[in-house]
Design a protein around this ligand. Structure first.
Ligand code: ADP
Ligand code: MG
Length: 245
C-alpha cells in the first residue's frame, strides 16, 4: 500500500444474512491505475463496487478513498460519492430529460454549480463520447450503446477522481459493445483511475494494468493481464478462463 493509492480496502467483510459475500477483501488501487475485476456470477463483484462508494454498507474493515476513511453518512459522504463516478449495466438515464439535461443534472442539483459553466462542460463531454449531436434528444431515441456513452459523460460531469464500471456492456447488443469499450479505453489511456467489472476479456487484456479474479467473495488472485491470462495460478481461475475463452 503506497501513498499513491487512491482507493484502499482493508480487510473488508460483508454478509447478506448467512452469505459471506465479501471475505477479508484487501485491495489497493493506485492513482491512474485501471483494475479489471473478473469472476463468476454471484462472486461479489457488484457488491464490491457498491461498497466502494457506500451504496452498500460493510460489516467490518475499512475503505479509504483519497486518504480519507469513507464516513458512513452526511455531507462528507455525498462529497466522496460525487468523487467516485459509477456506471452500471443499466444506464439509468432520466427518461423525461434530454441527453444534455441528464449530463448536467448532478453538477447543477448536487454541486450547485452555475448552469452556463456546467452546460459547456457537458457539451464537451458529449463531444468526447461522440454524442454531441444528440444533446437535445431523449434517452429512448438513442441506441443502448449511445445511452451508455451518455451515462459515462454524466459520471464524468461530476469530475470524479475515480470511475467504477459494473458490467457496462453486458446489457448491450453485441454490435454496440465496441463503441463503449472504446470510450473506456481512451479514459484509461488518459489516466483515469478505474475499477471495471467486465466479462470483456479483450478489454482486460488491452486496457487493464491489473486483473483481479474474484470467486465466492474472495479476491483469489491478482496479476498483470499478461501474467493472468497466460498463467492463471488458482484452479478457480483456470476453470473460469476455460469456460469463457
Ligand atoms: P456478482 O456481481 O459477482 O454477480 P453480487 O455482488 O451481485 O455478485 O452478489 C454476490 C452474492 O450476494 C450473490 O449470491 C447474490 O445473490 C447475493 N446478493 C447480492 N445482493 C444481495 C442483497 N441485496 N440481498 C441478499 N443477497 C444479495
Ligand atoms: Mg454483478
Amino acid at each position: 500500500m503506497t501513498d499513491e493509492a487512491l482507493i484502499v480496502l482493508e480487510n473488508v467483510n460483508k454478509w447478506f444474512g448467512p452469505l459471506h459475500v465479501l471475505q477479508d477483501v484487501d485491495l489497493s488501487v493506485a492513482r491512474g491505475e485501471v483494475v479489471v475485476v473478473i469472476g463468476p456470477s454471484g462472486s461479489g463483484k457488484s457488491t464490491l463496487c457498491r461498497a466502494i462508494n457506500r451504496l452498500e454498507p460493510i460489516d467490518s474493515g475499512r475503505i479509504i478513498f483519497d486518504g480519507q476513511a469513507l464516513p458512513a453518512e452526511g455531507r462528507e459522504l455525498a462529497r466522496l460519492r460525487s468523487e467516485v463516478g459509477m456506471v452500471f449495466q443499466s444506464f439509468n438515464l432520466f427518461a423525461h430529460k434530454t441527453i444534455l439535461e441528464n449530463v448536467m443534472l448532478g453538477p447543477v442539483k448536487v454541486r450547485k454549480e452555475k448552469k452556463a459553466v456546467v452546460q459547456d462542460r457537458a457539451m464537451s463531454l458529449l463531444e468526447r463520447v461522440g454524442i454531441a449531436n444528440q444533446a437535445e434528444k431523449y434517452p429512448a431515441q438513442l441506441s443502448g450503446g449511445q445511452q451508455q456513452r451518455v451515462a459515462i459523460a454524466r459520471a464524468l460531469a461530476m469530475q470524479p477522481k475515480a470511475l467504477l464500471f459494473d458490467e457496462p456492456t453486458s446489457a448491450l447488443d453485441p454490435e454496440m459493445v465496441g463503441e463503449v469499450l472504446e470510450v473506456m479505453t481512451s479514459l484509461a489511456r488518459e489516466g483515469m483511475t478505474m475499477v471495471v467489472v467486465t466479462h470483456e476479456m479483450g478489454f482486460a487484456r488491452h486496457a487493464a494494468d491489473r486483473v483481479v479474479f474474484m470467486a465466492d467473495g474472495q479476491l483469489v488472485e491478482q496479476a498483470t493481464p499478461d501474467e493472468f491470462f497466460a498463467n492463471p495460478r488458482s484452479d478457480r481461475a483456470k476453470d473460469f478462463l476455460s469456460k469463457i475463452l
